[in-house]
Design a protein around this ligand. Structure first.
Ligand SMILES: Cc1ncc(COP(=O)(O)O)c(C=O)c1O
Length: 436
């Protein structure tokens, strides 16, 4: 229903109806959590066979390494090959790490801060750049923004659009300012919009002219195989495009099996050109004697290769799709179709999130009403640098963990709150107009 078309009397009637619905939910004493994108127990169960004796019991890698012992800093060869297939990069360019890609991003960022992006004399530590800046696509992933904020970067927001980034703006920002050191990106089924960067956007990122010779793209391919419909979206490899454009060291790709097997107990990887891989390994060598090779071996034995992963992810999709459909169904029931200034939402083909936009200046109040009614969403502002969304309109919906009835109740309550806040604003505006 387009609330903006209603008369004042109709709005008053509608407000009463929505307040009644809200009160009914209030009386239920609900406690629903839609905050973080975590796989649900049924999804975790899909990977339980990985813990069976047959896989756990064999601890020798294809190279003959006893995985129970120290060593093999860059990760097992089969694990590097496996993560390379997943990220579309040769195994030689992979460092296979521990249980978290976010950890690898943080460590890489810290290395660049302390030592620069290479051992070359002209690559000064990023910390020496007092005005250092980092581009943050918005709406985006709060934990990315938090890393660069902690390390003293000025965070520069750039809009993410359905086919990638506002590239005119990115190109403008990087062209003349050597203190812009890099950009975060979640290129496929982005967090939180679910958008997939187009090939054109990827080509422009690879080729663009950067004032900072040490400009780096932190390419977080966290959702590369996390489709909910059909097959994973095809996407040009930024790694290849950077090499073709003569900028082979521009990108560092990150990924993990967190939402393929077990979050916090998966394996992670980064991919970069050989020079960067060697440079980072020389730093990692001071941090650790080697990664958890048993877990790397378990993962390769269980998932085998990219085809094995896609088959496995089809089982995830069977669980995830009805959850995304449930959100869509409630939105359609309540609003028909996305309406600018009232409620808009994305319709992702994969990933873990749906991104909504209320009218400007409404998200905080809407989410606070939801909270009072027992429904927790990721706080307003989380999708933006410094946790400040200047429009106060973006809301991230994470439907993976709760079951379908809970999702429907939570999203229905959200819609009721959107309507209540919106109607109050519309009535206020009508009152003001009458007074003038
Ligand atoms: C975009 C993105 N990157 C990274 C992560 C965390 O990855 P990992 O578990 O490998 O540290 C998440 C988790 O939600 C994410 O959404």
């Amino acid at each position: 229903m387009d609330l903006k078309r209603l008369t004042a009397d109709e709005l008053v009637t509608e407000l009463e109806a929505q307040l009644n619905r809200y009160d009914k939910y209030m009386q239920m004493g609900l406690s629903l959590d839609m905050t973080r994108g975590k796989p649900c127990p049924e999804q975790l169960k899909l990977s339980e066979p990985m813990l069976c004796d047959e896989i756990l019991g064999d601890h020798t890698s294809e190279s003959g390494t006893d995985c129970r012992n120290y060593g093999v800093l860059a990760g097992l060869p089969e694990a590097r090959r496996f993560m390379g297939e997943l990220l579309g990069v040769p195994g030689d360019n992979i460092i296979c790490g521990g249980n978290s890609s976010l950890n690898m991003m943080y460590d890489t960022m810290c290395s660049f801060m302390l030592f620069g992006v290479s051992d070359d004399e002209e690559d000064r530590p990023w910390s020496e750049s007092k005005e250092r800046k980092f581009i943050c696509p918005v709406p985006g992933y709060d934990r990315h923004f938090a890393i660069t904020q902690l390390l003293g970067f000025k965070l520069i927001p750039v809009d993410i659009i359905p086919d990638g980034l506002d590239m005119d703006e990115v190109e403008r920002i990087v062209k003349d300012d050597p203190s812009v050191k890099g950009i975060w990106s979640v290129p496929k089924y982005s967090n939180p919009t679910g958008y997939v960067y187009s090939d054109e956007c990827i080509r422009r990122l690879a080729r663009m002219e950067c004032a900072a010779k040490d400009f780096r793209i932190f390419w977080d391919d966290a959702y590369t195989v996390h489709f909910i419909n059909g097959e994973p979206a095809k996407q040009l490899s930024l790694f290849d495009e950077c090499a073709k454009a003569g900028n082979p060291d521009r990108v560092i790709v990150f990924g993990s099996t967190s939402k393929i097997t077990f979050p916090g107990a998966g394996i992670s990887a980064l991919a970069a050109d050989k020079k960067t891989v060697d440079f980072l390994l020389s730093r990692i060598a001071k941090q650790t004697i080697g990664p958890d090779k048993l877990n790397q071996l378990r993962h390769v034995k269980f998932l085998k290769n990219v085809e094995g992963v896609v088959e496995h992810m089809k089982k995830h999709a069977v669980i995830m799709k009805p959850k995304f459909d449930a959100v869509e169904e409630v939105f359609e029931n309540e609003f028909g179709s996305p309406l600018e200034g009232q409620l808009e939402w994305t319709k992702p083909e994969g990933g873990y999130f749906i991104c909504c936009r209320t009218g400007d200046g409404m998200a905080t109040e809407v989410l606070s009403m939801c909270k009072q009614c027992g429904v927790a969403f990721t706080p307003a502002g989380s999708t933006h640098p410094y946790k400040i969304d200047p429009t106060d309109s973006y809301v991230r919906i994470a439907p993976s963990y709760p079951d379908v009835p809970k999702i429907k109740s939570a999203v229905e309550i959200f819609c009721i709150c959107v309507k209540i806040v919106l109607i109050k604003k519309l009535l206020e505006a009508k009152k003001e107009a009458n007074n003038n």
